[in-house]
Write a protein that binds this ligand. Structure first.
Ligand SMILES: NC(=O)c1ccc[n+]([C@@H]2O[C@H](COP(=O)([O-])OP(=O)(O)OC[C@H]3O[C@@H](n4cnc5c(N)ncnc54)[C@H](OP(=O)(O)O)[C@@H]3O)[C@@H](O)[C@H]2O)c1
Length: 342
């Protein structure tokens, strides 16, 4: 923390700002804590007291000055994050005091922002932490990426990487709900047991301990019809060699590449398999589907109510732990959707 962190009362607003770009995984020196007053809302704006912050692998991309789907956070600015909070002041007809809302609030305890940039949240649908994960952005990402792009059919083989994580765990279960044979890839015996025993994957591959090419080939005797890729790197390269004709590869993310020095990403060398197998490779971000959120929310909530979809949240307490939270996600230490409760 900076020198500005002395003697703050619980009500003092706190912001976490980008201090300097990291080389590799962000650490404490990447961030600076400040305690600036929260602006009063102008016309069309609301002030939120933030209760939940989402920690996402994409945060490294959000600070990397490189062409992307969104502008990089400039040094000195409040770090970008998804947050969920309660409206404490409003000058917008869209949200009233007491309402809950979700959006890019930034890593801070309070935010004043345009109400049009926020999605109202109904707390009666599910606990707020579920609406930050499986019934929120990460669940919706798995739902649309798998179903709309992957188009899995009953009996097909679906491989999901980072299968124990927030997006992957939902993708595994949605593929099972659609009658697929699911192979989950995760790091370490504990996560692999979770993916098989709790999420219902048919087979798991422990990419940290197994011989990945051998284990994935053994796990997919009928080849791979859909690969839901969260990691890139070796697992993507190996899976490309196992594709069936007309397979679909959904590039949801590439967490194994995000912290490479200089932001240099290693692409797959086996990409010509996409040609030889007449496969399709899809990229997407969840913002392609924002207009269809109610559809995903309805199906995912129903499956959760029926006990066919389970999610877990890894909850850290207090905005002070933001620097260590970012490190955790790249060390694979999170057990489910990583959140900070404020
Ligand atoms: N396209 C979109 O709109 C969208 C939206 C949200 C998320 N995503 C992407 O979805 C992926 C998963 O995100 P999430 O929020 O669900 O995170 P998460 O899976 O809950 O957490 C990240 C996990 O990635 C794994 N990991 C970390 N470093 C790795 C490495 N070097 N190689 C392989 N695996 C590594 C770790 O699991 P292990 O212990 O198993 O290694 C870690 O727990 C990310 O690529 C993210 O960028 C995309």
């Amino acid at each position: 923390m900076s020198a500005q962190d002395d003697e703050q009362s619980d009500d003092t607003p706190t912001q976490v700002r980008l201090s300097k770009l990291p080389s590799g995984v962000p650490d404490e020196s990447t961030w600076r804590f400040t305690h600036d007053p929260t602006p009063e809302p102008a016309d069309g704006e609301v002030t939120l007291r933030i209760e939940w912050l989402s920690i996402d692998p994409a945060m490294v991309g959000w600070i990397t000055p490189k062409k992307s789907y969104i502008e990089a956070v400039p040094e000195g600015e409040v770090m970008r994050a998804f947050g969920l909070g309660r409206v404490v002041a409003s000058r917008s007809p869209r949200l009233s005091v007491g309402d809950y809302a979700f959006g890019f609030t930034g890593v801070q305890t309070e935010a004043t922002m345009n109400a049009m940039m926020l999605r109202p949240i109904d707390p009666s649908i599910a606990p707020l932490e579920k609406q930050m994960g499986g019934l929120g952005m990460t669940g919706f990402t798995a739902y649309f990426g798998l179903l709309d792009l992957g188009q899995p059919k009953e009996g097909e083989t679906v491989v999901v990487s980072a299968a124990a994580g927030a997006v992957g765990s939902v993708a595994v279960q949605v593929a099972k709900i659609h009658g697929c044979r699911v192979v989950g890839v995760a790091g370490g015996p504990e996560k692999c047991a979770y993916v098989k025993d709790e999420l219902g994957a048919d087979v798991v591959v422990d990419y940290k301990n197994d011989n990945v090419p051998e284990a994935l080939a053994t796990a997919t005797p009928k080849g791979v019809d859909v690969y839901f890729d969260n990691v890139g790197g070796e697992v993507l390269d190996v899976t490309l060699m196992l594709l069936n004709r007309h397979a679909r590869i959904v590039l949801c993310g590439a967490v194994s590449q995000y912290t490479n020095p200089g932001g240099v990403m290693q692409g797959p060398s086996n990409y010509l398999q996409i040609t030889t197998q007449s496969a399709k490779l899809f990229g997407f971000t969840m913002r392609d589907y924002l207009h269809r959120v109610p559809e995903a929310l309805q199906d995912l909530s129903k499956w959760m109510d029926e006990g066919r979809l389970t999610t877990r949240e890894h909850i850290l307490e207090g905005i002070e732990c933001f620097p260590s939270a970012v490190k955790m996600i790249f060390a694979g230490e999170n057990r489910g959707k990583l959140l900070i409760r404020i």
